[in-house]
Design a protein around this ligand. Sequence first.
Ligand code: EPZ
Length: 421
Amino acid sequence: MDRIGITGGRPLNGSIEISGAKNACLTLMPAALLTDEPLTLTNVPRLADMKTMRALLESLGVEAAALQQGRVLAMGAEDITNHVAHYDIVRKMRASILVLGPMLAREGRAQVSLPGGCAIGARPVDLHLTGLEKMGAELELRDGYVHATAPGGLKGAVVEFPIVSVGATENVLMAATLAKGTTVIRNAAREPEIADLAKCLTAMGAKIDGAGTHEITVEGTDRLGGATHRVVADRIELGTYMIAPAITGGEIELVGGERGLVTALIEKLEGADIAVEDTERGLKVRRRNGVIHAMEVTTEPFPGFPTDLQAQIMALLTLAQGVSTIDEHIFENRFMHVPELARMGAHIDVHGGTAKITGVEKLRGAPVMATDLRASVSLILAGLAAEGDTVVSRVYHLDRGYERVEEKLSACGARIERIPD
Ligand code: EPZ
């Protein structure tokens, strides 16, 4: 398994181009199942997760072609020849559950392996299932699979989620586009990836109002057509690389960054005396003077502070002046980066869902282990700021969500390299 080696302690200066959003792509790709016409996605990030989702869709009969070195993905689901999403693919990537809604809506039947949990939590899919049942789906859980049918097709319904769920909102939204009648999704997720999905579905002929708000209304149609859609910028990659100059010093321009994607992070960074300025190409971030002020962070659904940036802001706060706290409200086990940061000299106490971070003068490089996607990049950030050498192992986690991380960072002066096994 590859590792990444970093020699830290150098300020970063330069620019980083933000790629298309992994989490938008993971719901846009299954949308191809909703139509027998071609769906083409541009600004596709070249990530392991895209390869996994493509393999899953091809196993269902979707024809897919990667063009322009993988940045464009042309898909055609003229005929769905297999209605079973097998465990061996689904277990690798939980977002595979997002083929359930579209396949059920288009074909009236689907068998999808239950994704199972992952490192950061149990990650149930009960809200996906109850939402589709509300629309008339008949679901049976057997042998670790959801056996779903929709005799006579799905029907429009009012689906009210007890808690905000990005994936469940996406599954129901996609299914609703081909349901008979009107669907209203209440307590819908408001993440930018939802608005991006709605934009693509609308281009395919769907009738959607309210995407990006807590209430989304969908008028079902008989069929959808093809479209070409540009994937929205990845706000989590953007936020991650905004924290890089904040933790190392220096100044980085994030090309393609949009302020509206990261408002909660900007509020925290500016509160810690980190400057964030708009430029023609995106956003520019620099630490004003040597001090990082402590802060309180609580993770919440969008537009609150994203849980996917929690590990990264924690790395920054290990060097803040004073005591900071982070309350992780979305996932039950998302502090696995804490012991690894502690190996680098960070001072963090965890009680339940709250981490108390007491800033230290400096971090020291050390061998550390990635445990999940966002934890792995927080270790990279800490390594960039630490004195001495850090080696991050199990970077396959990293490759799921960050395109060419060592290239993007070394172009800004970081001493970082991939150590092939
Ligand atoms: C999406 O996961 C993202 N993944 C996650 O990003 C992100 O952390 C999460 O949203 C929250 O923003 C993709 O978009 C592919 P949820 P998702 O349903 O949809 C509970 C990353 O690092 N829940 O919004 O699975 C759930 O356990 C990944 O890129 C249920 O109880 O998240 C969690 O506590 C990690 N039942 C909360 O809701 C359900 O049926 C929010 O989960 C579904 C979710």
